[in-house]
Design a protein around this ligand. Structure first.
Ligand SMILES: [Zn+2]
Length: 218
């Protein structure tokens, strides 16, 4: 009997879900049903960066790690949530704010920024002016031994950003990004493992994931 507690950190994939401005919304079609055909099957038609998903280096970098070339151990490890809610960090998360967590950050494989923004999912505000790291903070994260950095916001850079500075800094250092996370508040001050296994898509630059936090037995 597994007594670990698994906390779902993913949004539901569905038609009409929020997507990055200008992106296609997913088309999720019921192709067959049990009542009519004896079995149910759904056709998914969506971009690799839909919903809660991973960005791989290949998203921005020629010959960067792809979904299928990254070892599966890269999708699981010790997680640490930084609470940035209620103006704790300000909308721009700076290196000076992160220093206080240095010891915990050095022990973590994944650092997840809990900004509380996921509460705005399914509202028009979700894609506007969300909190993010500044360049110095992103560079600081590359000095740690991280597998990934996660956000409960649509992106690591502002919507419409042409240079995608934070993406380039992190992906350029083989630190994967997980975007559109939710429920991170449930993991503040908790010790847990984080998992975000992608679909094994040939040459994939990203993939939707079922991200979870696994809290050990009390
Ligand atoms: Zn993405």
């Amino acid at each position: 009997m597994i007594s670990n507690h698994v906390i779902d950190l993913s949004h539901t994939l569905e038609n009409d879900m929020p997507v990055y401005p200008g992106s296609d919304t997913p088309k999720i079609e019921q192709i067959t049903s049990v009542a009519t055909h004896g079995y149910a099957e759904i056709r998914l038609n969506m971009l690799t960066h839909t919903g809660t998903h991973i960005d791989f280096p290949a998203h921005l970098i020629e010959k960067g790690f792809t979904v299928d070339s990254a070892p599966s151990g890269r999708f699981y490890g010790a997680g640490f949530v930084i609470d940035c809610r209620m103006g704790k960090s300000g909308k721009i998360i700076r290196r000076s704010f992160l220093y206080q967590y240095e010891r915990k950050l050095r022990e973590a494989d994944f650092v997840l920024f809990c900004t509380g923004w996921s509460q705005l999912w399914n509202t028009p505000k979700y894609n506007e002016y969300f909190p993010m790291l500044d360049e110095e903070a992103a560079r600081y994260l590359t000095t740690l031994d991280l597998k990934g950095v996660g956000f409960d916001t649509p992106s690591a850079d502002p919507v419409g950003s042409k240079d995608l500075t934070v993406h380039h800094i992190l992906l350029g250092n083989n630190i994967f990004l997980i975007e559109n996370l939710t429920n991170l508040g449930l993991l503040v001050d908790k010790s847990f493992h984080f998992a975000c296994f992608p679909l094994k898509i040939k040459n994939g630059d990203g993939s939707p994931v079922r991200a979870v936090g696994i809290v050990g037995p009390a």
